[in-house]
Design a protein around this ligand. Sequence first.
Ligand SMILES: C[S@@+](CC[C@H](N)C(=O)[O-])C[C@H]1O[C@@H](n2cnc3c(N)ncnc32)[C@H](O)[C@@H]1O
Length: 379
Amino acid sequence: MTARDAPYPELKKTHVPERVGRPWHDVKPPPAAPVWGVIQGYASYWALVAAVELGVFDALADGGPSPVGPLAERAGASPEHLAALLDGIVALGLLDKVRGTYELNDTAVRYLTSDGAATMADLVAVANGPLGNWEHLADTIRDGGPATPVDDDPVGFYLPLVRATFPTQLRAAGRTAALLGLARAAGPLRVLDVGAGGAPWTVAFLTQCPDATAVVNDLPGVVDHARERLSEAGVGDRVEIRPGDYFAVDWEPGDYDLVVLGHVCRAEGTEGTRRLLGRAWDALRPGGRLLLADYFPDNDRKLNPFGVLMGLTMVAATARGRAFTPAEARSLLADRGFARIRLLEPIGFNQVFVATKPLSDTTRSTTSTTSTTSTEETS
Ligand SMILES: C[S@@+](CC[C@H](N)C(=O)[O-])C[C@H]1O[C@@H](n2cnc3c(N)ncnc32)[C@H](O)[C@@H]1O
């Protein structure tokens, strides 16, 4: 039998938290790399913003692989400086360079070109919320909120954001519809899309379900963008646009088969979310389903950095926002009376709770199911 090699010197074998307790310190100093990684995250971000702004991904998509000269000419940039930028992007794994020629890799084609199948090109600049807020994060944490939350000018903030998130959200919505088998629904679906943005959920559902109709809500000033997207998708004639504050605008009680709360609750905090869940409940017919879509961190808020940092982004940008863990979301849903609660992950990190308003209100306190896997809905 092969002897098992000790991974560390003898001393380390007994120097474990279980034996010496916590806080535990390694016997050799850790590398500085994680700290440098965070510091250089700033450079990485701005390099990508600049590369998108200079159009290098689109230039490579249009003209194919290229040395820096023609790219600099097209961008009106200094070749030497552009080479420094592009080398940074290559080092980040977002472009390839072969013998001095830059070329798109698959990630760049899909996510960073304007016409990419899952383009995030417009999202890069806006996804972190107002960038100036990050410089005042310590003040925000001290004061319990940012001095300039996006809530002060929601249309100014959300309009560019929902333009930029549309392709990503459309993918999430399209896969959710497929996972739920919406196209096989018994009758024509009636959908209420609350805080719809460009209405990616309605576009996906109505595209897959030719008899479905929808009411699409968002703030005046954002709904015009929804109108454009719905008409581009050829489903505008099956949609009523209902502009207004989603805490106040009227909708028909008990009328809807599906209510979508797509990425709205994390900006509203716990009380706002309770109110929105209550309003969704009222709008649903018995047996109807709520889709609560969002970026949720893991329950310990430590294993899913994407979700945890999305929560911090809400803290930096909004008056009341925070990310809910799946356990918190599940309990908010169950408290409101929803049953058969399940969690889908149609695309990475982008998760959707599906929760049913029971046929009878006597089931209000029924314990929900707790499956957390992406599951095809069978009924
Ligand atoms: C992050 S976007 C989500 C858009 C879309 N539901 C999705 O999943 O992609 C949040 C949306 O909520 C809208 N919103 C924010 N506050 C609102 C309010 N009080 N009433 C109606 N809509 C609101 C914003 O305008 C924005 O379109």
